[in-house]
Each structure stands twice: as structure tokens, then as C-alpha cells.
Design a protein around this ligand. Structure first.
Ligand code: HEC
Ligand code: HEC
Length: 280
């Protein structure tokens, strides 16, 4: 097989894997799974591991692994333009110029090394990026240190500060009702729609920092469609820190208290699960 055919084959294979992943998930939902119990996913937040610090050997290993595992999508020089990117609706991150969506740090800040480790471990299976949990922790740390070399800002950044999201409250019916109000007051419906189905008036016009159209997520889906996780604590982090590079803002300093934001997170959970019914 020549190189062109190999690339085409690689791209098609990825397309088939993504399609299979969606079909399996949809079949699970049709069988009633996922509505009442959470799907057996490794959550982004839970995927951190003790850090192995950077060394020349680790960087050399990361270089090798990156070109084997990531370059097909993210490109040999990290610009997000690998050959398989042609087959993906959501484009792979350009590590040289773009920001990072999933972080424990504040809006627009760089992610921590642990955040990158989480992303490499869990991936975004519904959107094409597999999770690399099958690689050893050392290999995943090697890749994390290597991808940081694509972006100059990482060089002098030190350790970005992790934001404090307060304490997760105990869920009650009242909390969910309060969350429903915050959803309206915060204007989430402009993009996500009044019923959370992703059909708000602004939804069709949204673009990311690369000018690519980006859909406001249908919040009733839950599961693997939530790239950062669909538990209240995951969603609390996603909408508090914001998804840098997309129109999805950060709500941590939007005038709502952390208690109110937690209520909102529980309301969102009620859109994709029966959590509210279980309280009755
Ligand atoms: C099959 C294609 C594919 C492969 C292979 C792949 N990725 Fe990705 N990656 C993506 C896509 C698509 C996105 C964009 C997801 C989004 O923006 O919502 C992404 C996003 C990312 C992000 C950004 C996360 C954020 O918070 O914004 C990181 C970091 C990343 N990938 C690292 C890697 C590493 C490291 C590897 C190899 C170990 C890898 N990816 C392999 C497709 C891929
Ligand atoms: C200006 C439009 C806009 C507004 C307003 C908005 N969102 Fe979003 N939201 C988006 C877009 C676009 C995405 C998908 C981003 C992506 O995946 O790249 C998203 C994704 C999300 C996600 C999924 C994160 C994940 O893990 O994939 C959650 C949760 C969310 N929004 C909650 C909210 C809440 C709660 C509010 C109001 C407090 C809100 N959004 C307001 C545009 C918006």
C-alpha cells in the first residue's frame, strides 16, 4: 500500500470506529441503559495519576509515541492538520495556537499537566479521539510533556492555579428547582434552548476560534457526548471554567454564587437522567 492509500485507510478506519461507538451508545440508550445508571466510562476528572517529571529521555519517548499515536490527527508538527482530520467533524486541536477546553484552571488559562494527562487517558470517543488508557502511565506522561513543546506559552508558565469550585451539596428537589431558575437567569437557553436540546436562537450561528461551526450541545444526551463528563461535578467544572476557544463561556465570575452554580449542575443532570424522579 502506498502512503496515500494508507492515510485514506487510516481515516476510514477512524470513521468506522466513531460510527460504531455512536451506534453502541444509542443501542444502550434504547435498551434503557444510561438514563438511570451512568455508563461505564472512565471520567475525565478521575483519570489523573501521580506526575512523572520531565527529562530528556521522557521527551524523546514522547516524541516517538506522539508520531505513532497522535500525528495522524494532530499533525506531525502539532498543527491539528493530520490526514485523518479530514474525516472528523470536530477538528483535532492545533497545539501550536489554540487554547484548551477541558481544564481545572480558570477561563483562558493553560491547563495543568494533570489536565492534559486526563485528556490523553480518556480522549473524546464520541468525537473521534480514543482514550489512551492502555498505554503505561509513563508513556502517557511522556506524551504530555512532548505536546507541551508545541506551544511556547507552556515554557515559562509554571503551574497554573486550579480553581476552587466549592463543596458539592447534597441533592434535593428544591436544589434542582433552583437550578432550573439559574439556567434561565444565566441565559444558557440562548444557545442550549429552553428545554436544553441545543436548539437556542444563537445555536445555528456559533463558531469556534478557528471559524469552524460548533453546536451548542443537546444537554439531554448525557453520557459520552459530554466531553468533560456528565456528572454534576463534571458539568460544574465545564461551565465554571468555560470551554476556551468556543462560544461556551465561563460562569465562575458571572455574579452567581458557587451554591447557585451547583444547583445549576444538578438541574442539568436532571435533563439527561431520572435523578429528580428518584427524589420524589
Ligand atoms: C482520531 C483522531 C485523534 C487522535 C488519534 C488523537 N486526537 Fe486528540 N483530539 C482529537 C479531536 C477531534 C480533538 C478535539 C476535541 C474538541 O475540540 O472537542 C482532540 C483534542 C485534543 C486535545 C485538546 C483537549 C482540550 O481540552 O481542548 C488534546 C490535549 C489532545 N487531543 C491530545 C491528543 C494526544 C496527546 C493524542 C495521542 C496520544 C491524541 N490527542 C490523539 C482527535 C484525535
Ligand atoms: C454562547 C452560547 C452558549 C451559552 C450562552 C452557553 N453554552 Fe454551553 N455550550 C456551548 C457550546 C458551543 C458547547 C459545545 C462546545 C464544544 O464541545 O466544543 C457547549 C457545551 C456545554 C456543556 C458540555 C461540556 C462537555 O463536557 O462537553 C455544558 C455542560 C454546557 N455547555 C452548559 C452550559 C450552561 C449551564 C450554560 C449557562 C450557564 C451554558 N452552557 C451557556 C455554547 C453555549
Amino acid at each position: 500500500m502506498n502512503l496515500r492509500a494508507k492515510k485514506l485507510f487510516g481515516g476510514l478506519l477512524i470513521f468506522v470506529i466513531i460510527a460504531a461507538c455512536h451506534i453502541e451508545y444509542a443501542a444502550g440508550r434504547a435498551r434503557g441503559e444510561g438514563k438511570t445508571k451512568s455508563s461505564p466510562v472512565l471520567y475525565w476528572e478521575d483519570a489523573a495519576a501521580p506526575k512523572i517529571h520531565v527529562s530528556d529521555d521522557l521527551l524523546a519517548r514522547g516524541d516517538q509515541l506522539y508520531h505513532m499515536q497522535c500525528a495522524l490527527c494532530h499533525g506531525a508538527s502539532g498543527e491539528g492538520n493530520g490526514s485523518a482530520s479530514l474525516f472528523l467533524g470536530v477538528k483535532p486541536r492545533d497545539f501550536t495556537s489554540e487554547g484548551f477546553k477541558f481544564r481545572t484552571t480558570s477561563s483562558g488559562a493553560l491547563p495543568t499537566d494533570e489536565d492534559l494527562f486526563r485528556t490523553v487517558t480518556v480522549g473524546f470517543p464520541a468525537y473521534g479521539m480514543p482514550g489512551f488508557h492502555y498505554l503505561s502511565e509513563e508513556d502517557r506522561w511522556a506524551i504530555v510533556h512532548y505536546i507541551k513543546t508545541f506551544k511556547k506559552d507552556f515554557k515559562d508558565a509554571g503551574s497554573p492555579e486550579v480553581v476552587d469550585l466549592g463543596k458539592e451539596p447534597k441533592v434535593t428537589k428544591e436544589l434542582i428547582t433552583e437550578g432550573r431558575e439559574i439556567f434561565k437567569q444565566a441565559g444558557c437557553h440562548a444557545c442550549h434552548g429552553v428545554t436544553g436540546r441545543g436548539d437556542g436562537p444563537s445555536s445555528a450561528t456559533l463558531k469556534d476560534s478557528q471559524g469552524q461551526p460548533v453546536l451548542a450541545l443537546d444537554l439531554t444526551w448525557g453520557g459520552i457526548y459530554f466531553k468533560g463528563g456528565d456528572r454534576p461535578r463534571d458539568m460544574m467544572r465545564s461551565f465554571s471554567t468555560g470551554l476556551t476557544g468556543t462560544p461556551m463561556p465561563s460562569y465562575l465570575d458571572s455574579g452567581f454564587t458557587k451554591e447557585q452554580l451547583w444547583a445549576l449542575a444538578y438541574f442539568l443532570k436532571s435533563l439527561s437522567s431520572d435523578i429528580h424522579k428518584e427524589l420524589e
